[in-house]
Design a protein. Structure first.
Lengths: 165, 203
């Protein structure tokens, strides 16, 4: 069922409504931000790659960065009729695939991606209701806009289900 | 300034040739280590949009073994070895002269074997490129992961995200003639290193 869904590649973002399903396969340090308005079953997925857009001067794709993806998702959902105060978020990913012993954890891009998405959510008052983040393993994500459920598949732990609150 | 978006055919040929010379030395090193004949393909310079990176190499969820090294020096970048899980087992088996059943996990010691193989090949690869270009290139210690191909390869391409929407990989495939084993060796120059490498060659 993961592969039949609309695929959201690295740095891509899509907002749509039920009965569509959105998926991102093989997330490492990237984060899938799944935003949902339960009442009208409108939702979106951003495949965030990097934490911070401020280093970027020219036109860029808002789905790529944590700080821009969250407000952009919300804006696009509101265009489809969502109400900002009803929107909830589930985040998945932010792993650290290759650990070097000497490396400072502050430089870990997975951790920084998680922080940037969290901060962006706090800034506009959107709650993160569930998460599967960190660790040293890849994840695949399926977001079912019919139910608001997010399925997370890993190689060693099978498939786990996260629900909007 | 040379960027991925404006590489000419001459630039691509130069990058291919650099990969070719590096991989030739790496294949010789592996061949000596394994006492097996190693074949390698002519390198492919793949330029991919970030959103499509995961689609190549058999899909984002394929289980692979990846060995990752950073390249330091005049032209920083990354090197990744990718093997199918079965092929990584075959490689360990040949080096260790032991029989691994197909469903056994690669143990810690076997991971070290794969890391060391990658280390030796990378040394040969970078040395050859250094001699050709006069650029100083050194590699970090290798890090091991066995996971989804997408998760492994995407993690090495983040730097490209900071300058544009494309990633570039110099991909060489190597195969063993006797045993069924093949793997990929990727050199991934950091975006800023492209110009450095091309200038060192004089194009």
């Amino acid at each position: 069922m993961f592969v039949d869904a609309i695929q959201i590649g690295m740095a891509e973002l899509k907002v749509t409504q039920a009965p569509e399903k959105l998926a991102s396969l093989g997330l490492g340090s990237c984060i899938a931000v799944c935003a949902y308005d339960q009442a009208i079953k409108v939702g979106g997925l951003a495949h965030v790659m990097l934490p911070d857009s401020s280093i970027f001067r020219e036109n860029f794709n808002p789905g790529k960065f944590g700080d821009t993806a969250v407000p952009f998702l919300v804006r696009e959902m509101v265009k489809l009729g969502a109400i900002q105060s009803r929107i909830q978020v589930i985040i998945v990913g932010g792993a650290h695939m290759f650990a070097f012993k000497s490396e400072d954890s502050l430089l870990d891009i997975g951790v920084r991606n998680i922080q940037s998405v969290e901060e962006a959510c706090v800034k506009i008052g959107i709650p993160i209701v569930a998460r599967s983040v960190g660790g040293k393993f890849g994840r695949s994500v399926l977001f079912d806009l019919n139910t608001g459920k997010v399925y997370v598949r890993t190689i060693n732990q099978g498939t786990m289900e996260l629900s909007m609150g | 300034m040379v960027t991925i978006e404006n590489l000419s055919n001459v630039h691509l040929d130069v990058l291919k040739e650099i990969g070719n010379i590096g991989a030739g030395h790496a294949a010789t090193a592996l061949s000596q280590l394994m006492s097996e004949r190693i074949e390698m393909t002519v390198p492919n310079v793949s330029i991919l949009t970030l959103s499509k990176v995961s689609d190549f190499l058999g899909g984002p969820e394929k289980i692979v073994v990846g060995i990752y090294m950073k390249v330091f020096g005049d032209a920083p970048g990354k090197i990744i070895f990718l093997f199918n899980y079965d092929d990584a087992q075959t490689l360990v088996k040949i080096v260790n002269s032991k029989t691994l059943p197909g469903d056994v996990e690669i143990e810690d010691l076997d991971q070290s074997v794969l890391q060391e193989i990658s280390n030796i090949m990378t040394g040969a690869y970078l040395n050859a490129i250094s001699r050709l270009t006069g650029l100083n290139m050194l590699s970090s210690v290798p890090a091991y992961a066995c996971d989804m191909a997408g998760a492994i390869i995407n993690s090495a391409l983040l730097d490209f995200g900071m300058v544009g929407d494309y990633a570039m990989l110099i991909d060489t495939q190597f195969k063993m003639t006797q045993e069924k084993m093949d793997g990929h060796f990727f050199l991934i120059p950091d975006p800023g290193s492209l110009q450095v490498i091309l200038e060192a060659i004089g194009v």
